[in-house]
Design a protein. Structure first.
Length: 168
């Protein structure tokens, strides 16, 4: 299938923005060779550097793309104040991603989000750019946190390696 609509032999016009859909997100992930799965709830997600990222199509008219990643490390609830300080500093100094800390009982999660409004549609190139931006800037945040929490990062890598070894 051609990426251009040909009006005559001398002129070609690239297609304009089209509505955002989950199918288009999946198509762009596949076009980039990214691995992903669709979970039982129908959500699209994948792993990058052992961190889970989801790709949500949200809004009343499915006009928002949200790339949400979760730092895969485990930290103690006693570290919440320090994590909040680190995340707030990131949000102050960086454009992307928006990040936040969520505490659920003894589980402390750090999330990275990149949200784009496509009310007027999106081209494949724009969608590629924003998927890559959401993943890469999320990974930059997670690398920064790994530097702040090297013991937790090492423990997580060891735990993931053990799980992979048990699965093979």
């Amino acid at each position: 299938m051609s990426d251009y609509i040909v009006y005559d032999d001398e002129h070609a016009t690239p297609p304009g923005p089209a509505p955002l859909t989950q199918a288009r997100v999946i198509e762009r992930l596949e076009a980039r060779g990214f691995g992903y799965k669709v979970d039982p709830d129908g959500d699209v997600g994948g792993m990058w550097d052992d961190h889970l990222f989801y790709f949500f199509v949200l809004g009343a008219s499915d006009e928002y793309l949200q790339v949400r990643g979760r730092w895969s490390r485990t930290v103690a609830v006693g570290e919440v104040a320090a994590l909040l300080e680190a995340v707030n500093a990131w949000n102050t100094d960086k454009l992307w991603p928006k990040c936040y800390v969520r505490v659920d009982g003894t589980d402390v999660g750090v999330y990275a989000e990149h949200v784009v409004d496509y009310e007027h549609g999106v081209t494949d190139e724009q969608l590629d750019l924003h998927l890559a931006c959401g993943i890469s800037t999320g990974l930059q945040l997670f690398t920064h946190l790994d530097e702040l929490y090297p013991r937790e990062a090492a423990e997580s890598r060891d735990r993931i390696a053990a799980l992979r070894a048990a699965q093979s």
